[in-house]
Design a binder for this molecule. Structure first.
Ligand code: HEC
Ligand code: HEC
Length: 233
């Protein structure tokens, strides 16, 4: 199964069809090795969450700690229901299909190639949710006082006082995610790259909230403040 190179990236023959990934060449060999080893290992039988995750690890890291250089967020310890919903959304195109959503498109391709049905999605989400939480430290300048006021006033009611998430409200954990990812998602919601499709019930809720910050500076302060929470709480 030699990878076919094109102008856009490198394509693979995965269980559900063509899989083209846009990645830096240095990452490609590692990713290809993981993908092939895994696909050969899985064969026709149902794959366990751990087996499936071996493919995801090329971008999200062995401990699901994320890789900000690739735009891949930390996943370890996130709510299982949230993970499942996002994977379903990527696979169905509710997330990652806007033409300007380049990072989302990569994840959409990965989900469609690797996760063949809802059982596979449930298995990999359960595996990831049980992994110990990780902490990515990314540098950012922010005003903690302003961040605190804005966060507790506009975000905390859903995402929790310490950004720990609230499964009953379908609001994911934000603690432990890197600054660039948090900002990108907030902007994506605000600009209609995420949460704009009518069937995306939960994304729509967040899209409304993303209009509540008045400036880039407010966004920097809130995101910096969220990032300062320890993930391992
Ligand atoms: C080619 C690299 C790549 C691979 C392989 C990959 N991902 Fe991703 N993933 C990404 C990127 C980039 C994003 C961020 C998308 C965005 O910015 O909206 C992402 C986002 C996600 C999210 C959303 C997280 C959140 O907080 O909303 C989940 C869940 C996820 N990936 C799970 C997986 C799983 C499970 C696999 C394996 C089946 C996998 N990923 C394979 C690159 C990848
Ligand atoms: C009314 C409840 C509510 C409020 C208030 C709210 N959010 Fe959200 N947020 C959500 C929900 C629900 C989701 C999950 C959307 C989905 O499933 O796609 C979400 C998702 C997110 C995400 C994506 C996380 C990821 O892993 O991809 C970010 C970032 C975020 N919210 C930041 C904020 C910030 C910053 C504020 C305050 C300005 C805020 N939210 C206020 C409900 C809320």
């Amino acid at each position: 199964m030699p990878p076919a190179t094109s102008k856009r990236g490198v394509g693979f023959q995965a269980p559900t069809g063509e899989f083209e990934v846009l990645m830096r060449p240095s990452w490609m060999s590692r990713f290809a090795a993981g993908l092939m080893a895994c696909l050969v290992g899985i064969g026709a039988s149902a794959a366990t969450g751990q087996q499936l995750y071996a493919i995801c690890a090329a971008c999200h890291g062995a401990r699901a700690e994320g890789n900000p250089g690739l735009g891949a967020p930390a996943l370890a310890g996130q709510q299982v229901t949230y993970l499942q919903r996002q994977l379903l959304n990527f696979r169905s195109g509710l997330r990652g299909s806007h033409k300007d959503d380049t990072y989302g498109a990569q994840m959409r391709a990965a989900s469609q190639a690797v996760l063949r049905d809802e059982k596979a999605i449930a298995a990999v989400a359960t595996y990831i949710a049980a992994l110990p939480r990780t902490d990515v430290k990314s540098a950012s300048k922010f005003d903690a006082r302003n961040g605190n006021n804005l966060y507790q006033g506009k975000c905390g009611a859903c995402h929790g006082g310490q950004a720990e998430g609230n499964e009953a409200l379908s609001a994911p954990r934000l603690a432990g995610l890197d600054v660039a990812y948090l900002k990108r998602q907030h902007r994506n919601f605000g600009k209609g790259l995420r949460g704009a499709q009518p069937q995306d019930r939960y994304g729509k809720q967040m899209a409304l909230m993303a209009t509540m910050l008045a400036s880039e500076r407010e966004l920097d302060d809130v995101i910096g403040y969220i990032h300062a929470f320890e993930a391992a709480r």
